[in-house]
Design a binder for this molecule. Structure first.
Ligand code: 5AD
Ligand code: FES
Length: 347
Protein backbone atom coordinates (compact mmCIF):
# COMPACT_ATOMS: atom_id res chain seq x y z
CA UNK A 1 0.00 0.00 0.00
CA UNK A 2 2.81 2.44 0.88
CA UNK A 3 4.76 1.30 -2.15
CA UNK A 4 1.78 2.23 -4.31
CA UNK A 5 1.64 5.69 -2.76
CA UNK A 6 5.36 6.20 -3.33
CA UNK A 7 5.05 5.03 -6.94
CA UNK A 8 2.19 7.48 -7.40
CA UNK A 9 4.26 10.30 -5.90
CA UNK A 10 7.14 9.48 -8.22
CA UNK A 11 4.87 9.49 -11.24
CA UNK A 12 2.69 12.51 -10.46
CA UNK A 13 5.11 14.50 -8.23
CA UNK A 14 2.48 15.32 -5.64
CA UNK A 15 0.16 13.70 -3.14
CA UNK A 16 -2.65 14.99 -0.98
CA UNK A 17 -1.82 16.06 2.55
CA UNK A 18 -3.52 12.90 3.85
CA UNK A 19 -1.38 10.72 1.61
CA UNK A 20 1.82 12.45 2.66
CA UNK A 21 0.72 12.05 6.26
CA UNK A 22 0.11 8.32 5.79
CA UNK A 23 3.68 7.93 4.53
CA UNK A 24 5.15 10.00 7.35
CA UNK A 25 3.25 8.07 10.01
CA UNK A 26 4.33 4.73 8.54
CA UNK A 27 7.85 5.71 7.67
CA UNK A 28 9.39 2.70 9.35
CA UNK A 29 7.63 0.45 6.84
CA UNK A 30 8.59 2.34 3.71
CA UNK A 31 11.77 4.32 4.34
CA UNK A 32 14.06 2.08 2.30
CA UNK A 33 11.75 1.96 -0.68
CA UNK A 34 11.23 5.72 -0.55
CA UNK A 35 14.89 6.61 -0.29
CA UNK A 36 15.79 4.26 -3.15
CA UNK A 37 13.21 5.97 -5.36
CA UNK A 38 14.33 9.46 -4.33
CA UNK A 39 17.99 8.65 -4.88
CA UNK A 40 17.15 7.18 -8.30
CA UNK A 41 15.34 10.40 -9.29
CA UNK A 42 18.33 12.44 -8.13
CA UNK A 43 20.63 10.20 -10.21
CA UNK A 44 18.38 10.41 -13.25
CA UNK A 45 18.23 14.23 -13.10
CA UNK A 46 21.74 15.10 -11.93
CA UNK A 47 23.79 11.95 -12.31
CA UNK A 48 26.30 11.53 -9.52
CA UNK A 49 27.13 15.24 -9.50
CA UNK A 50 27.07 17.02 -6.17
CA UNK A 51 27.04 20.82 -6.23
CA UNK A 52 29.02 22.66 -3.59
CA UNK A 53 28.23 26.11 -2.22
CA UNK A 54 30.78 28.07 -0.23
CA UNK A 55 29.14 29.41 2.90
CA UNK A 56 30.48 32.70 4.24
CA UNK A 57 29.02 33.59 7.62
CA UNK A 58 29.29 37.36 7.52
CA UNK A 59 27.75 38.41 10.83
CA UNK A 60 26.26 36.93 13.99
CA UNK A 61 24.58 40.17 15.00
CA UNK A 62 20.82 39.67 14.74
CA UNK A 63 17.95 41.94 15.56
CA UNK A 64 15.63 38.97 15.90
CA UNK A 65 14.95 36.79 18.88
CA UNK A 66 13.81 33.46 17.43
CA UNK A 67 13.35 31.03 20.32
CA UNK A 68 15.46 28.29 18.71
CA UNK A 69 18.47 30.22 17.45
CA UNK A 70 21.83 30.61 19.17
CA UNK A 71 22.59 34.01 17.67
CA UNK A 72 19.28 35.52 18.84
CA UNK A 73 19.46 39.09 20.07
CA UNK A 74 19.08 38.23 23.76
CA UNK A 75 21.96 35.77 23.86
CA UNK A 76 24.63 37.59 25.82
CA UNK A 77 26.94 34.59 26.00
CA UNK A 78 28.33 34.87 22.51
CA UNK A 79 30.98 37.15 21.11
CA UNK A 80 29.53 39.09 18.23
CA UNK A 81 31.46 39.57 14.99
CA UNK A 82 30.98 40.93 11.53
CA UNK A 83 33.22 40.53 8.49
CA UNK A 84 34.43 43.49 6.49
CA UNK A 85 34.14 43.66 2.73
CA UNK A 86 37.83 42.74 2.49
CA UNK A 87 37.40 39.71 4.74
CA UNK A 88 34.42 38.52 2.71
CA UNK A 89 36.36 38.91 -0.53
CA UNK A 90 39.28 36.99 0.90
CA UNK A 91 36.92 34.08 1.74
CA UNK A 92 35.69 34.11 -1.86
CA UNK A 93 39.24 34.14 -3.19
CA UNK A 94 40.11 31.08 -1.13
CA UNK A 95 36.85 29.46 -2.16
CA UNK A 96 37.38 30.09 -5.86
CA UNK A 97 40.79 28.42 -5.73
CA UNK A 98 39.18 25.42 -4.03
CA UNK A 99 36.63 25.05 -6.84
CA UNK A 100 33.61 26.86 -5.45
CA UNK A 101 31.47 28.60 -8.06
CA UNK A 102 28.73 29.76 -5.68
CA UNK A 103 29.25 31.97 -2.66
CA UNK A 104 26.53 32.15 -0.04
CA UNK A 105 26.66 35.22 2.15
CA UNK A 106 24.73 34.34 5.28
CA UNK A 107 24.18 36.32 8.44
CA UNK A 108 21.82 37.47 11.13
CA UNK A 109 19.61 40.46 10.43
CA UNK A 110 22.27 43.08 10.96
CA UNK A 111 21.57 46.70 10.00
CA UNK A 112 25.31 47.32 9.59
CA UNK A 113 25.00 45.74 6.15
CA UNK A 114 23.15 48.50 4.38
CA UNK A 115 21.98 48.09 0.81
CA UNK A 116 24.88 50.32 -0.23
CA UNK A 117 27.52 48.16 1.43
CA UNK A 118 25.98 44.87 0.29
CA UNK A 119 25.67 46.11 -3.29
CA UNK A 120 29.35 47.07 -3.27
CA UNK A 121 30.32 43.63 -1.99
CA UNK A 122 28.11 41.81 -4.50
CA UNK A 123 29.36 43.91 -7.43
CA UNK A 124 32.95 43.24 -6.46
CA UNK A 125 32.43 39.48 -6.18
CA UNK A 126 30.71 39.40 -9.57
CA UNK A 127 33.46 41.52 -11.12
CA UNK A 128 36.23 39.29 -9.82
CA UNK A 129 34.38 36.02 -10.42
CA UNK A 130 31.92 36.52 -13.29
CA UNK A 131 31.52 32.76 -13.59
CA UNK A 132 30.15 32.48 -10.05
CA UNK A 133 26.72 32.81 -8.47
CA UNK A 134 26.10 34.97 -5.42
CA UNK A 135 23.49 33.67 -3.00
CA UNK A 136 22.26 35.78 -0.12
CA UNK A 137 20.84 34.48 3.14
CA UNK A 138 20.33 37.64 5.15
CA UNK A 139 16.76 37.39 6.34
CA UNK A 140 13.83 39.70 5.85
CA UNK A 141 14.46 42.94 4.00
CA UNK A 142 12.28 45.37 2.06
CA UNK A 143 11.24 44.91 -1.57
CA UNK A 144 13.41 47.90 -2.50
CA UNK A 145 16.38 46.29 -0.81
CA UNK A 146 15.88 42.91 -2.50
CA UNK A 147 15.55 44.76 -5.78
CA UNK A 148 18.77 46.73 -5.30
CA UNK A 149 20.71 43.60 -4.32
CA UNK A 150 19.40 41.78 -7.37
CA UNK A 151 20.42 44.65 -9.59
CA UNK A 152 23.90 44.59 -8.06
CA UNK A 153 24.20 41.00 -9.24
CA UNK A 154 22.81 38.68 -6.57
CA UNK A 155 21.45 35.53 -8.21
CA UNK A 156 19.80 33.59 -5.43
CA UNK A 157 18.26 34.12 -2.01
CA UNK A 158 17.68 31.67 0.81
CA UNK A 159 14.95 32.52 3.28
CA UNK A 160 13.59 29.57 5.18
CA UNK A 161 9.96 29.98 6.10
CA UNK A 162 10.69 27.79 9.19
CA UNK A 163 7.14 26.38 9.22
CA UNK A 164 4.14 26.79 6.94
CA UNK A 165 1.69 26.68 9.86
CA UNK A 166 0.93 30.14 11.20
CA UNK A 167 0.10 28.98 14.73
CA UNK A 168 3.33 26.96 14.79
CA UNK A 169 5.29 29.95 13.46
CA UNK A 170 4.02 31.95 16.39
CA UNK A 171 5.29 29.33 18.84
CA UNK A 172 8.79 29.47 17.37
CA UNK A 173 9.06 33.24 17.22
CA UNK A 174 8.37 36.21 19.47
CA UNK A 175 5.30 38.37 18.87
CA UNK A 176 7.14 41.03 16.92
CA UNK A 177 7.96 38.58 14.14
CA UNK A 178 5.36 38.09 11.46
CA UNK A 179 4.51 35.01 9.46
CA UNK A 180 2.84 37.20 6.83
CA UNK A 181 5.96 39.28 6.40
CA UNK A 182 8.05 36.14 5.93
CA UNK A 183 5.71 34.93 3.19
CA UNK A 184 5.67 38.39 1.63
CA UNK A 185 9.46 38.35 1.42
CA UNK A 186 9.44 34.94 -0.27
CA UNK A 187 6.86 36.09 -2.84
CA UNK A 188 8.84 39.24 -3.56
CA UNK A 189 12.10 37.36 -4.00
CA UNK A 190 10.41 35.08 -6.51
CA UNK A 191 8.81 38.01 -8.33
CA UNK A 192 12.20 39.75 -8.58
CA UNK A 193 13.63 36.73 -10.37
CA UNK A 194 15.84 35.34 -7.65
CA UNK A 195 16.35 31.60 -7.58
CA UNK A 196 14.60 31.32 -4.27
CA UNK A 197 15.15 28.87 -1.43
CA UNK A 198 12.76 28.17 1.41
CA UNK A 199 12.94 25.59 4.16
CA UNK A 200 12.12 24.45 7.64
CA UNK A 201 13.53 22.61 10.61
CA UNK A 202 12.53 18.99 11.17
CA UNK A 203 11.49 18.09 14.70
CA UNK A 204 11.23 21.66 15.91
CA UNK A 205 9.31 22.18 19.17
CA UNK A 206 5.52 21.83 18.76
CA UNK A 207 5.81 20.51 15.20
CA UNK A 208 3.35 17.69 14.43
CA UNK A 209 3.43 15.04 11.72
CA UNK A 210 0.45 16.87 10.30
CA UNK A 211 2.58 20.01 10.00
CA UNK A 212 5.23 18.03 8.12
CA UNK A 213 2.65 16.72 5.66
CA UNK A 214 1.45 20.28 5.15
CA UNK A 215 5.04 21.38 4.42
CA UNK A 216 5.08 19.20 1.32
CA UNK A 217 1.80 20.62 0.06
CA UNK A 218 3.18 24.10 0.73
CA UNK A 219 6.43 23.39 -1.14
CA UNK A 220 4.52 22.07 -4.15
CA UNK A 221 2.51 25.29 -4.23
CA UNK A 222 5.49 27.65 -3.81
CA UNK A 223 7.73 25.74 -6.24
CA UNK A 224 11.03 27.02 -4.87
CA UNK A 225 14.30 26.39 -6.70
CA UNK A 226 16.01 25.37 -3.47
CA UNK A 227 14.83 23.81 -0.21
CA UNK A 228 16.95 23.80 2.94
CA UNK A 229 15.94 21.48 5.73
CA UNK A 230 17.77 20.14 8.75
CA UNK A 231 16.93 18.74 12.15
CA UNK A 232 16.14 21.22 14.92
CA UNK A 233 19.03 21.14 17.39
CA UNK A 234 19.03 22.71 20.82
CA UNK A 235 21.26 25.57 21.80
CA UNK A 236 22.05 25.94 25.50
CA UNK A 237 21.45 29.69 25.60
CA UNK A 238 17.98 29.71 24.06
CA UNK A 239 14.46 29.28 25.47
CA UNK A 240 14.26 25.94 23.63
CA UNK A 241 17.31 24.46 25.39
CA UNK A 242 15.31 21.63 27.01
CA UNK A 243 13.47 20.35 23.95
CA UNK A 244 14.43 17.22 22.06
CA UNK A 245 16.63 17.37 18.97
CA UNK A 246 15.20 16.48 15.60
CA UNK A 247 16.42 13.18 14.17
CA UNK A 248 18.39 12.14 11.12
CA UNK A 249 15.83 9.47 10.26
CA UNK A 250 12.93 11.91 9.98
CA UNK A 251 15.07 14.51 8.20
CA UNK A 252 16.25 12.07 5.52
CA UNK A 253 12.69 10.80 5.09
CA UNK A 254 11.55 14.37 4.46
CA UNK A 255 14.44 14.93 2.03
CA UNK A 256 13.23 11.96 -0.01
CA UNK A 257 9.64 13.20 -0.07
CA UNK A 258 10.90 16.61 -1.22
CA UNK A 259 13.02 15.07 -4.00
CA UNK A 260 9.99 13.20 -5.37
CA UNK A 261 7.73 16.24 -5.00
CA UNK A 262 10.18 18.68 -6.64
CA UNK A 263 12.36 16.45 -8.85
CA UNK A 264 14.63 19.28 -10.10
CA UNK A 265 15.06 21.13 -6.82
CA UNK A 266 18.49 22.00 -5.43
CA UNK A 267 18.45 20.23 -2.11
CA UNK A 268 21.32 20.44 0.39
CA UNK A 269 22.40 17.79 2.83
CA UNK A 270 22.89 20.29 5.65
CA UNK A 271 25.41 20.83 8.40
CA UNK A 272 22.68 20.30 11.00
CA UNK A 273 22.09 16.82 9.55
CA UNK A 274 25.84 16.14 9.68
CA UNK A 275 25.78 17.32 13.31
CA UNK A 276 23.12 14.85 14.54
CA UNK A 277 24.64 11.90 12.73
CA UNK A 278 28.28 11.26 11.79
CA UNK A 279 27.04 9.73 8.52
CA UNK A 280 24.47 12.52 8.06
CA UNK A 281 26.03 14.22 5.03
CA UNK A 282 26.13 10.93 3.16
CA UNK A 283 22.71 9.85 4.41
CA UNK A 284 21.21 13.08 3.06
CA UNK A 285 22.68 12.49 -0.40
CA UNK A 286 21.59 8.85 -0.42
CA UNK A 287 18.07 10.06 0.42
CA UNK A 288 17.99 12.37 -2.62
CA UNK A 289 19.87 15.58 -1.70
CA UNK A 290 22.32 16.96 -4.31
CA UNK A 291 24.04 19.96 -2.71
CA UNK A 292 26.60 20.39 0.07
CA UNK A 293 27.47 23.72 1.64
CA UNK A 294 30.93 23.60 3.17
CA UNK A 295 32.00 26.50 5.33
CA UNK A 296 34.36 29.13 3.89
CA UNK A 297 34.25 31.43 6.91
CA UNK A 298 37.48 32.35 8.68
CA UNK A 299 38.23 29.70 11.34
CA UNK A 300 38.52 32.55 13.86
CA UNK A 301 34.80 33.39 13.62
CA UNK A 302 33.31 29.96 12.99
CA UNK A 303 32.58 29.01 16.56
CA UNK A 304 30.84 32.30 17.08
CA UNK A 305 28.29 31.45 14.41
CA UNK A 306 26.63 28.74 16.46
CA UNK A 307 22.94 28.51 15.68
CA UNK A 308 22.87 25.27 17.73
CA UNK A 309 25.22 23.30 19.99
CA UNK A 310 27.97 20.93 18.80
CA UNK A 311 27.99 22.20 15.22
CA UNK A 312 30.48 20.18 13.17
CA UNK A 313 33.40 21.53 11.12
CA UNK A 314 33.96 24.65 13.22
CA UNK A 315 37.67 23.90 13.64
CA UNK A 316 38.44 23.01 10.04
CA UNK A 317 39.97 25.21 7.39
CA UNK A 318 37.97 25.43 4.16
CA UNK A 319 40.55 23.28 2.39
CA UNK A 320 40.20 20.56 5.03
CA UNK A 321 36.41 20.67 4.77
CA UNK A 322 36.45 20.31 1.02
CA UNK A 323 38.82 17.37 1.01
CA UNK A 324 36.78 15.71 3.74
CA UNK A 325 33.59 16.20 1.76
CA UNK A 326 35.26 14.99 -1.45
CA UNK A 327 36.38 11.81 0.21
CA UNK A 328 33.01 11.18 1.82
CA UNK A 329 31.29 11.62 -1.55
CA UNK A 330 33.74 9.35 -3.37
CA UNK A 331 32.99 6.61 -0.87
CA UNK A 332 29.32 6.70 -1.91
CA UNK A 333 30.14 7.00 -5.63
CA UNK A 334 29.29 10.67 -5.89
CA UNK A 335 31.46 13.48 -7.21
CA UNK A 336 31.82 17.11 -6.27
CA UNK A 337 31.72 19.32 -9.37
CA UNK A 338 33.24 22.73 -10.10
CA UNK A 339 30.07 24.27 -11.47
CA UNK A 340 27.75 27.13 -10.72
CA UNK A 341 24.85 24.70 -10.59
CA UNK A 342 21.93 26.95 -11.49
CA UNK A 343 18.39 25.68 -11.19
CA UNK A 344 16.97 24.33 -14.44
CA UNK A 345 13.27 23.89 -15.15
CA UNK A 346 14.02 21.23 -17.73
CA UNK A 347 16.85 18.85 -17.01
N1 5AD B 1 18.63 24.12 14.98
C1 5AD B 1 18.59 23.87 13.66
N2 5AD B 1 18.52 24.83 12.73
C2 5AD B 1 18.51 26.11 13.16
N3 5AD B 1 18.43 27.26 12.48
C3 5AD B 1 18.46 28.28 13.37
N4 5AD B 1 18.55 27.79 14.62
C4 5AD B 1 18.57 26.44 14.52
C5 5AD B 1 18.63 25.39 15.45
N5 5AD B 1 18.68 25.62 16.76
C6 5AD B 1 18.24 27.31 11.04
C7 5AD B 1 17.01 28.14 10.70
C8 5AD B 1 17.55 29.29 9.90
C9 5AD B 1 18.86 28.72 9.37
C10 5AD B 1 19.85 29.74 8.99
O1 5AD B 1 19.33 27.92 10.42
O2 5AD B 1 16.12 27.34 9.91
O3 5AD B 1 16.71 29.70 8.86
FE1 FES C 1 16.38 34.24 13.89
FE2 FES C 1 18.81 33.63 14.24
S1 FES C 1 17.61 34.85 15.62
S2 FES C 1 17.48 32.82 12.68
Amino acid sequence: MYKKLIDKLEKETYLTKEEYLALIKNRDKCRDYLSQKAFAVKEKNFGNKIYIRGLVEISNYCKNNCFYCGIRRDNENITRFRLSKEEILSCCKKGYALGFRTFVLQGGEDAYYTDGLLCEIIREIKRLYPDCAVTLSLGERSYESYKALKKAGADRYLLRHETCNRAHYEKLHPKEMSFDNRLRCIEELKALGYQTGVGFMVGSPYQSEDDLAEELVFLKRIEPQMVGIGPFLTHRDTPFRDFKNGTAELTTFMLSLIRLTLPNVLLPSTTALATVDPFGREAGILAGANVIMPNLSPVSTREKYALYDNKVCTGEEAAQCISCVKLRMEKINQRIVIEKGDYKDEL
